[in-house]
Design a protein around this ligand. Structure first.
Ligand code: BES
Ligand code: MN
Ligand code: ZN
Length: 496
């Protein structure tokens, strides 16, 4: 979809559809007032008659209104002004694009920044672009007859007054984030037989080809062997697909600036290994590479917006399958850090591939390392599908990430990384075991990772509940690309 911003009178827009808001108290937004005047009170009459009540996220489509140049007018309910908040704004935008996608309109002009949808026009612009892209998203690349493609191709965000300085670059940023989310969703939704570790590596190499600022390298199993990544390699033993360690270095700032390193879990299918998972919904474990996909999506977004920051993406990727060669419960492996691990459950594999990738990440002399992983089912139980779980060994880093999540409406919630939990990982035979029991499963997983991240500022995002939806709307969400990108934008603009 193409996006643009311009100033203009709503009644004069020669468009397939002009979109304006009306409040629940019958008050028209400024743009709706202008339309109403040009249409000789057609809209206020209709509201007085009760055809449009203005309830938040309700819509009414009108055709060929005298005095209005656009072919259609879409009235969107804004609800009560005093009840407007981030969630209602987003609900309203989603309803708007659902309604627009139901019409044959190929282009639309939307007045959203003048009407009480939050005081921050930049925020509204961003959320509008994300909602529009979301509504147009289709996951049908593998259907023999693809679903009807989205009709809306061009969206103009219009303002009555001159658009504020910087709104244009906000729009470009938003489009880049939307494209990044699209890549993340596409990769997440692909099945394990297509999206293999080799496929992810090819995607990363393609990203490096497309953007001069990104340099991609891929390490093979023999390279990892030399580096001593016994933990990572233990997970891929049961698979016929070769594991890969992908790095993407984005150079957006002076060479001397220390990078932010993003490490994404890339298990392209997690059967549990010898500790086999139950069969029900096992297909959803194709999403176990959504951390990796969000790193790819974020790298693409920052490259597209030309962000002035150095960022490295690191992706350990493999399958977790049972076989005669697979790692067994009780096996003890040596990680790249030299610490030994007793693998009591082969289904706790994410931490086993991440710990070596985290040790490896020190080579980039990072300012900050953030790992992103669909790490624990316990996180879904704790936080549901709303917030990602956040851990950090530095409170200021946690604060910055929580803040970026609020700004982007892609929120996280901090959980404790207290020493008191560490003894749960004690092993009789090795330096640690890879599980800490059922209690506090999300926390003990983070505690495990913390043993490999002592030398730098580090945060961990558990996205098991937020990276995809189950049920009828099954599919990847593109999260936490908005959070990560917002964090990096804030860093690049110096508001750490
Ligand atoms: N990929 C899973 C985590 C997961 C489970 C994400 C369900 C989303 C939904 C991870 O590898 C895993 O299997 N974790 C185990 C850990 C346990 C064995 C300590 C889990 O959460 O059950
Ligand atoms: Mn697992
Ligand atoms: Zn997993």
């Amino acid at each position: 979809m193409e996006f643009s911003i311009k100033q203009g009178s709503p009644e004069k827009q020669r468009s397939a559809c002009v979109v304006v808001g009306v409040f629940e108290n019958g008050k028209l937004s400024n743009a709706a007032q202008a339309l109403d005047k040009a249409a000789k009170h057609h809209l206020s009459d209709l509201i007085a008659r009760g055809d449009m009540h203005g309830k938040a996220a309700s819509t009414l489509l009108l055709h060929k209104i005298p005095g209005i140049a656009a072919e259609r007018v879409l009235l969107v309910g804004l609800g009560k002004p005093e009840e407007m908040n981030s969630k209602t704004s987003i609900d309203i935008l989603r309803a708007t694009f659902r309604a627009l996608q139901d019409t044959p309109a190929k282009d639309a002009v939307l007045y959203c920044t003048d009407d009480g949808m939050g005081s921050d026009a930049g925020w509204v612009v961003k959320q509008t672009v994300l909602a529009a892209t979301e509504a147009a998203y289709r996951a049908d690349s593998l259907k023999s007859k693809p679903a009807k493609p989205a009709t809306l191709k061009e969206l103009t965000l219009a303002t009555l007054d001159k658009p504020g300085a910087g709104l244009k670059s906000t729009l470009e940023q938003a489009a880049a984030i939307a494209h990044g989310m699209q890549l993340t969703k596409d990769l997440g939704n692909l099945p394990g037989n297509i999206c293999t570790p080799t496929y992810l590596a090819a995607q990363a190499l393609a990203l490096g080809k497309k953007h001069k600022a990104i340099k991609t390298t891929v390490l093979e199993e023999k390279d990892m062997q030399k580096l001593g990544m016994g933990s990572f390699l233990s997970v891929t033993r049961g698979s016929e697909q070769p594991a890969k360690l992908i790095t993407m270095e984005y150079a957006g700032a002076d060479k001397k600036q220390k990078p932010v390193v993003l490490v994404g879990k890339g298990v392209t299918f997690d059967s549990g290994g010898i500790s086999l998972k139950p069969g029900a919904e096992m297909d959803e474990m194709k999403y176990d590479m959504c951390g990796a996909a969000s790193v790819l999506g974020t790298m693409q977004a920052i490259a597209e917006m030309g962000l002035k920051l150095n960022v490295v993406g690191v992706i350990p990727t493999c399958e977790n399958l049972p076989s005669g060669r697979a790692t067994k419960p009780g096996d003890i492996v040596t990680s790249m850090s030299g610490q030994t691990i007793e693998i009591l459950n082969t289904d706790a594999e994410g931490r086993l591939i991440l710990c070596d990738a985290l040790t490896y990440s020190a080579k980039f002399k990072p300012d900050t390392v953030i790992d992103i992983a669909t790490l624990t089912g316990a996180c879904v139980i704790a936080l549901g599908h709303v917030a990602s779980g956040l851990f950090s060994n530095q409170d200021d880093l946690a604060r910055d990430l929580l803040g970026a999540g609020e700004q982007a409406y892609d929120r996280a919630w901090q959980l404790p990384l207290w020493e008191d939990y560490q003894p749960l990982l004690d092993s009789n035979f090795a330096d640690m075991q890879n599980i800490g029991g059922r209690a506090g499963g999300t926390i003990t997983a983070a505690c495990f990772l913390s043993r490999f991240t002592k030398d730098y500022r580090w945060a961990h995002l558990d996205i098991a509940g937020t990276a995809w939806k189950s049920g009828k709307e099954k599919g990847a969400t593109g999260r936490p690309v908005p959070l990560l990108t917002q964090y990096l934008i804030n860093r690049a603009h110096g508001s750490k």
